[in-house]
Write a protein that binds this ligand. Structure first.
Ligand code: GDP
Ligand code: MG
Length: 441
């Protein structure tokens, strides 16, 4: 696929900003990649539309083709979409005993994941965990969980033949409270397909167990069906998160994007094998890379961006060492400071500037002041910025007025510029500038 894309990218013209044609051409290939990764069609379509709006007009990093730039933008958007506000690994399990309800279709990996999760909570968080199988459909299902419980050293609710799922849920709740457990994980039965009977049963169990977390377990190889499964379970039962299993296989995990897009619920964990320790916290960038399958291009663009930043910094440093520190440079520094949390934070990081940091504090440097100073520099002509010594009193008045400020403020700015230029020169001679710049980057 990357080869195919390479062809498209070569044909794309190189220019400073992404044109609509560039974006459309590259996104055609991205669309194929998403569908090959089993992202559901409507989700892929929506996603592409969103990226198209975002990417058109975006800047192209030097030495990168527009097509490659689009892929990077797609990747970042994919990561952003897959990443929720919440920490995927941190389940809401305070105020014991807390119930976690595992739901999903048959064979999706619910029972296996129940044991994996129990082991994880016990080993990593020191929780006392109880597992209960509510699967009354398959005679072997309860035994399966009991065997896994012994393997991972987690208690299972004793099996009582002939009880319904809601009855078992009630017994599990009592047992969890009496036994002093922190967490009780309820493993439910699944069907091959979503049906009313399954949903009714899960709802009844939910009403008894009042789970804090309801995790939908979905096979990572699920294709177009992922949207239906997620919509149904979220609509009828209300899920709080998703576990994607069998991600150790060939599946590209497009189901993750589909389900996140339609439910807005976080992907919590990823199953990566049959063993009880094969459960990982969901990592958006990894799964995004897998869905898109263009990791090499993303890495290339990231590298180019990094290289460019280093080049710019080095060029700036060379000029500073020669004592070339004009108003444009100062403006750049002021803007950088704004980005990095103001003057004090900045100065404190630069060796030899501790004193200035204190002075800055006394002088009341803050973001507002930085913005005023930037406005002053913007009112200067190109020549004046390059050589502020040219400034006559009358021009100073005009510039200050142009920025809506007093002349004193401009004078303070000019004085600061002189001091900084001197300092840059001195630091440059001592070879300390490099160090100082390093701290700033
Ligand atoms: P349930 O019907 O939803 O309870 O599914 P099970 O937990 O019984 O799992 C069905 C099959 O999938 C079993 O053979 C599991 O070992 C297997 N399985 C579950 N999770 C994973 C996984 O993450 N990777 C692999 N390779 N197999 C898994
Ligand atoms: Mg099962």
């Amino acid at each position: 696929l990357s080869e195919r894309l390479g062809g498209v990218f070569d044909r794309l013209t190189k220019q400073g900003a992404l044109s609509e044609a560039d974006v459309v051409a590259a996104l055609r290939e991205v669309r194929v990649a998403l569908l090959e990764a089993d992202v559901s069609l409507p989700v892929a379509r929506d996603f592409i539309k969103r990226v198209q709006a975002k990417a058109t007009g975006a800047a192209v990093t030097k030495s990168v083709t527009p097509g490659q730039q689009v892929v990077k933008i797609v990747h970042d958007e994919l990561v952003a979409t897959l990443t929720g506000d919440e920490d995927p690994g941190a389940l809401k399990i305070d105020n014991p005993p807390v119930a976690i309800l595992m739901v999903g279709l048959q064979g999706s990996g619910k029972t296996t994941t129940t044991a994996k999760l129990a082991r994880r909570l016990k080993d990593r968080e020191g929780k006392r965990v109880l597992m209960a199988s509510l699967d009354t459909n398959r005679p072997a299902a309860m035994d399966q969980l009991a065997v896994l419980g012994v393997q991972v050293g987690v208690d299972t609710l004793p099996i009582v033949k002939g009880q319904t799922a809601p009855e078992i849920a009630r017994r599990a709740r009592t047992q969890a409270a009496m036994g002093g457990y922190d967490v009780v994980i309820l493993d439910t039965a699944g069907r091959m397909h979503i049906d009313e009977v399954l949903m009714d049963e899960v709802q009844a169990v939910r009403d008894i167990a009042t789970p804090r977390e309801t995790l939908l377990v979905v096979d990572g190889l699920t294709g177009q069906d992922a949207v239906n499964v997620a919509t149904e379970f979220d609509g009828k039962v209300g899920i709080t998160g998703v576990v994607l299993t069998r991600m150790d296989g060939d599946g590209r995990g497009g189901a993750a994007l589909s389900m996140r897009a339609v439910t807005g619920k976080p992907i919590r964990f990823v199953g990566v094998g049959e063993k009880s320790d094969a459960l990982e916290t969901f990592e958006a960038s990894r799964v995004a890379g897998r869905i898109l399958g263009m990791g090499d291009i993303v890495a290339l663009v990231e590298k180019a961006q990094e290289t460019l930043e280093i080049e710019q910094a080095e060029r700036m440093m060379k000029r500073f060492q020669k004592g070339q520190f004009n108003m444009n440079d100062l403006k750049g520094q002021l803007e950088q400071m704004l980005k990095m949390g103001g003057m004090q934070g900045m100065m404190g990081m630069m060796p030899g500037m501790g004193k200035m940091s204190k002075a800055a504090e006394v002088a009341g440097f803050d973001d507002k002041m930085l913005r005023r100073q930037i406005a002053l520099i913007q009112s200067m002509t190109k020549r004046e910025r390059a050589n502020p010594d040219l400034l006559q009193a009358s021009r100073k008045k005009r510039i200050a007025a142009g920025a809506g400020l007093e002349v004193q403020e401009l004078n303070r700015l000019l004085k600061m510029h002189r001091q900084m230029a001197d300092m840059m020169k001195k630091l440059g001679k001592k070879g300390m500038l490099k160090q100082a710049m390093g701290a700033m980057m």
